[in-house]
Design a protein. Structure first.
Length: 259
């Protein structure tokens, strides 16, 4: 078995443990590792979304079992996310997506600060706080396809910034991500079949994708349990710091001079 399998199994396990428990970071972590290995953005995004179909299923089943789901929110987020993911895939396979990344980073930083403020003030969560989850899913799915990761940071942080119950926000966002990943993967396949996408080098990523799937599937039930048992205020603090940290890290990647 290729050494890449074990490396990416470890990456997938760690990324899904964070993503399943806190509602974000699987795509960001996995895509960043692939990009650092020289994989093109489109191939990295396609690989990560293929893996997220399986890890998202495992994560969703875990959150359903622990009752971390708001079903109305799930339906609306999934519908918007599917549409946004398809549009984002078309854009990614047509033009560079770097132009939109600064806006994602700015939104992340703002939402992270709002979440930290709510944790500090001990604001009570709302039952259903986001008035327009379909547009939120649309934006999240678009940025997720463009960057290979962004669904959780955009959607989970926005829901929690608006005052949603952290457990419901995390569990529902993770479960909806499976449908977004399926639609995005189908869009990549359509781009391949129509000759719209140059897939040179994609075949060499088979073991990497298999490792991401294996590690993520193993971590998913552990992460779902962590979301269920962690105190709400502690969960809010951790998510807030994670969102701010992701924003700072991605901002540094964008604006610091390249070596």
């Amino acid at each position: 078995m290729s050494p890449d399998f074990w490396l990416f199994a470890a990456v997938g396990f760690a990324a899904q443990l964070v993503d399943g428990a806190l509602g974000m970071a699987y795509g960001v972590i996995s895509t960043s590792v692939l990009l650092s290995a020289g994989v093109t953005p489109a191939n990295a995004s396609a690989s990560v979304h293929a893996a997220k179909v399986f890890t998202g299923l495992a994560s969703g089943l875990s959150h359903i079992a622990y009752r971390n789901i708001d079903w109305k929110l799930l339906a609306l987020l999934s519908g918007g996310g599917v549409l946004g993911g398809v549009v984002g895939t078309y854009v990614l396979t047509s033009v560079p997506g770097d132009a939109v990344k600064p806006y994602v980073v700015g939104w992340l930083g703002l939402m992270g600060l709002v979440i930290l403020y709510r944790a500090w003030r001990q604001t009570r969560p709302k039952v259903f706080s986001w008035r327009s989850p379909f547009p939120l899913g649309l934006v999240g799915g678009f940025f997720d396809a463009i960057g290979g990761g962004g669904w959780g940071p955009v959607v989970t942080s926005s829901l929690m910034g608006a005052g949603a119950d952290p457990r419901k926000a995390i569990g529902t966002t993770n479960t909806a991500e499976m449908f977004v990943a399926m639609a995005t993967s189908a869009a990549f396949l359509a781009a391949l079949l129509t000759g719209h996408w140059d897939t040179e080098g994609l075949g060499g990523l088979v073991w990497s994708v298999a490792g991401l799937i294996a590690g993520g599937v193993v971590a998913a039930p552990i992460a779902g349990w962590m979301t269920k048992v962690m105190p709400l205020r502690a969960l809010t603090w951790i998510v807030g710091f994670l969102v701010v940290g992701l924003a700072i890290w991605q901002g540094a990647m964008l604006f610091l001079p390249k070596a």
